[in-house]
Every structure is written in C-alpha cells, then in structure tokens.
Ligand binder design. Structure first.
Ligand SMILES: Cc1cc2nc3c(=O)[nH]c(=O)nc-3n(C[C@H](O)[C@H](O)[C@H](O)COP(=O)(O)OP(=O)(O)OC[C@H]3O[C@@H](n4cnc5c(N)ncnc54)[C@H](O)[C@@H]3O)c2cc1C
Length: 457
C-alpha cells in the first residue's frame, strides 16, 4: 500500500458520508501510470472535482486519485468541432476557451465545476436530454487506463463493451485519461427563455408534453411544499440558443462573452436550522410570485448554472450536509409516482430547498447510464440522520413500484436491493469489470456498499 499519500477526510458535494481516504494527485500522465495502488495490492477510484453528492468519488481506507491536474486541451478540429482533452479538464475551462470561438457544450449538468472524466463516468445529462440525450451522445471516443496498466481506446466501434460500461460506469472500469467531444456551434452566448407558470403538477407535465418539441432546453423548478390543488406548482423554463437578432444592443457588443460576474462566497457552514420548512416555504412562495410568464434573453451562465453563483453553496446545509435524491420514473407511471413522492414529502414536513423536474428522452446503451424516457425529480434534503434515511427508504419503495431508478451520481444511501431492481444490466456490467479487473483494484465506497464490487477484507 502507498506510504507517502496523505490521508484526509473526504466527502462528495453533499458532505455525507465522509471517509478517511488516501489521496493521490498525479501532475502528469507518466506519474499517474506509476501510482502505487495500480501496481501493488491497493484499491483506487478516480475523482474529478468531487461534484457527485454521495460516495462514488470516495474510498474509505483506500485510495482516491485526483485527476484535476491532468487537464490539458490536446487538439481541436474546426471542421468537425471535435475537441480532444485530458479527462481532468473542467467544463468551465472548455466554456472559457470555446465560447468566445462560438462553441457551447453539447450537454451540461447544472454546474460547470465538473471534469470531462466525471461527466463521462456519470454520463451526465442536462436540460436537453429530451432532445439530445446524455453526454455520451457527443463522445467520439475515450482513452481508458485499465487495471492491467493497458490503455484502451474505446468507442462505439472499438472496445465497444468497455465503452458502454465506462459511460455511466462511475470509474469502475478504470481511469479515463482523455476523450474526444463534439462541441455545439452557437451564434451567441445567450438563450431565449420562455417562462411558464404551472398551477400544479398536471399543468407542469402538460407544459413539458406540449412545449418540449419546440425547445432544446426544458426544466421546471417545483415548489415541493405546495399541497392540495397547488401540489407541484412550478415555474417552467424552456429555451433555445439565441441568435444575434434576439440580443439587445448591449448584448450584441460582446455576443460570445463566456462568463459574467464573480461568484459570491459562502465562507462557512450555515447553522443546521437555517434551512427549515418555514424558510423554504417563504423562499418558494417568493420565487413563484417573482416569476412572470413571458420571454427573457439570458446569458447562458445564470440559465445553466444558477447555483454556481455562490461558491461552496453546499455549506448552506450545515456541517451534517445533504442528500440529493434523484429518481427517474418512466413516462407511463411518472405522474402517479410524482404525486406519491410529493405527498410523502409534504406529509413528512421536510423541505427541499431545491426541487427540479426534467423530462428525459430514450435511454442509451450505457450499462449503468441513468436516464430513461420519463421524468426525473431532484430534491436536496438536509441530512438529519435516521429520520431522513427512513423517509428515503419510503421514497425508494415508491420509485421501485413505479419502475424507476435512482441516479448513482447523487446516491449516498441506496440499498443493494433498490439498486439491483433499477439497473437490469448490472450483471453484464459486473462481468465486464471482472474481466478487465480480476483483482478488483477499482472500487469506491459506493461500489462496495451497492455490491457492484466485492467487499474488501
Ligand atoms: C450543483 C450541481 C448540479 C448538478 N447537476 C447535474 C445535472 O443537471 N445532471 C447530471 O447528470 N449531473 C448533475 N450533477 C452531478 C455531476 O454532474 C456529476 O456527479 C459529475 O460526475 C461530477 O463530476 P466530477 O468531475 O466532479 O466527478 P466526481 O464527483 O469527482 O466523480 C464522479 C464519478 O466519476 C468518476 N470519475 C471522475 N473522474 C474520472 C476519470 N477521469 N476516470 C474515470 N472515472 C472518473 C468517479 O470515480 C466517480 O465515480 C450536479 C452536481 C452538482 C453539484
């Protein structure tokens, strides 16, 4: 086992759970290939910028390999607009470099502080899944460092099975070293956003159904404390990339400006009581009142990344942290399941400060990729111990009864049974991992908790 790697207490973005991990931060590809756990009897998992919420990027008593220093841009082909980059490059860097040249990310999660490798390993989705699918739709190929030390080029044609296991595979097939990603040409850095207020869940789902075909991006903020006839009242934001004609004179002065403004600091953890049902109820009422139906032309940064405006906003949840609960429900059952989930949540009097509803298109060939055709709800729940875990177990039962599953990138406490029921290609994934990595080198706290990889004696 490695001797000179420091041991630190590490968590995901939710700060729950935390575990002592040995941290490696190779500065070059050559040092990465030499790190001791790859050559000795160690266990390791890659970590990008740690924006997964629970325990996929931690490794209790074992090794975590930070990839953020391996962040070179390798090549850009102007004709095909394909960029090749090392996996540790952040989406923020890609935006800073390519937005001024007229290219946007083809898929982006709700934060730009994630690495390309992390985005592939979770096969992230954005507000355009209903139309464009997830990250893998735009990945041409990737290079993977496997447990044997071999580097495999994986694509839809080459090492195909490994490719489909790696996208969404949460780092368990090896370390993604680099990838080629097809960027999206855009005329401006702005989005025309139509705001629609929905008085309840039915209206919100109706707006997705009727509006999604006209919009590349679609998302709803949902007031998960509203009950009765207002249950599921939402503000739906649907948008398309703006053309020069959509911009104001001032916006036209610098139509491809990558970022605006500085993020506010969140200097310390808020007290545990700061986010309570009353404060969230007041916030929700104000948010719903503030928004009016109509069109706005917004810079991409606040539209795609509203939370990035406050650094370390996760500290708002106090030292105990939060669990982000994100299920996807198939279209046929999603309304009933969402009603049951929202009723349970309001009955429990637990407040989710952030609640987001999105519509997904068809699932892809990723063995553990999360999205499937239907609706997904994301809830941020302050961690309060056993009582929260019991509520989550009850929500899990609703999700499973309705044929849904939970997102591994957000998971901190799912049971093995819930995981196995939601991911029918798990056996195939495990079999492939055993072939690639017979000694089980790649392993995380999450993969052991869920039985994806073996427990370590
Ligand atoms: C505010 C916020 C909003 C978000 N919104 C969305 C959203 O809209 N849609 C969405 O899909 N997700 C969303 N996420 C989740 C986030 O996009 C994913 O968790 C993403 O994987 C984080 O990337 P990271 O670089 O921080 O990876 P980490 O969190 O460090 O790691 C995540 C997983 O990727 C693996 N990994 C990382 N780098 C590599 C590599 N080089 N090789 C192999 N495996 C690797 C890790 O082992 C781990 O299993 C959001 C997260 C936050 C905090």
């Amino acid at each position: 086992m490695c001797t000179n790697a420091p041991t630190i207490l590490l968590g995901g973005w939710g700060n729950y759970p935390l575990a002592e991990c040995r941290l490696h931060r190779p500065g070059t590809l050559a040092t990465l290939k030499k790190i001791s756990p790859l050559h000795e009897n160690g266990h390791l998992i890659a970590r990008g910028l740690g924006r997964s919420y629970g325990d996929p990027a931690i490794n209790a008593s074992h090794n975590v390999v930070l990839t953020d220093a391996l962040d070179n841009l390798i090549h850009f082909d102007r004709d095909s607009h394909i960029v090749e980059a090392q996996a540790g490059v952040s989406l923020q860097t890609l935006l800073d470099v390519f937005m001024p040249r007229g290219y946007f990310l083809p898929v982006t999660p709700g934060t730009k502080f994630v690495t390309l490798g992390g985005a592939i390993a979770a096969d992230v989705h954005g507000k355009n899944h209903h139309r464009d699918g997830s990250m893998v739709s735009f990945i041409i190929d990737l290079q993977l460092l496997t447990a044997s030390g071999e580097v495999l080029i994986c694509s839809r044609d080459e090492n195909r099975e490994v490719f489909w296991a790696t996208v969404g595979g949460m780092g368990l097939t090896g370390i993604i070293l680099s990838a080629r990603l097809k960027l999206l040409p855009v005329a401006t850095a702005y989005v025309t956003v139509d705001y629609h207020k929905a008085a309840n869940l039915d209206e919100a789902l109706e707006q997705f159904d009727t509006g999604d075909a006209q919009y590349q991006y679609s998302v709803a903020w949902i007031d998960c404390l509203a009950s009765g006839a207002s249950m599921g009242r939402s503000v739906i934001m649907q948008g398309n990339h703006a053309t020069m004609n959509d911009l104001s004179e001032r916006q036209r002065e610098n139509p491809l400006a990558p970022r605006r403004g500085r993020a506010l600091p969140m200097p310390c953890h808020a007290p545990g009581w700061a986010l309570n049902p009353l404060s969230v109820k007041l916030f929700n009422a104000a948010f719903y009142r503030k928004h009016k139906n109509g069109r706005k032309v917004e810079h991409y940064d606040p539209f795609f990344y509203p939370l990035d405006g406050v650094n370390d906003w996760n500290r708002l949840y106090g030292r105990r942290g939060l669990i982000q609960y994100q299920p996807v429900l198939p279209r046929e059952t999603s309304r009933t399941a969402l009603v049951a989930l929202l009723e349970l949540l309001t009955r429990s009097k637990r407040a989710s400060f952030l609640a987001v509803l999105k519509s997904y298109g068809p699932q892809n060939d990723g063995m553990l990729s999360f999205p499937l055709a239907g609706h997904t709800l994301a809830l941020d729940l302050p961690y309060t111990g056993r009582a929260l875990l019991e509520l989550i177990e009850a929500m899990d039962r609703i999700v499973l009864e309705h044929g849904g599953r939970l997102y591994l990138a957000k998971d901190a406490c799912m049971s093995r049974a819930t995981f196995e029921a939601g991911y029918p290609r798990l056996a195939e994934f495990k079999q492939l991992c055993r072939q690639l990595d017979p000694r089980g080198k790649f392993s995380s706290s999450q993969s052991r908790r869920l039985g994806i990889t073996e427990a370590i004696a």
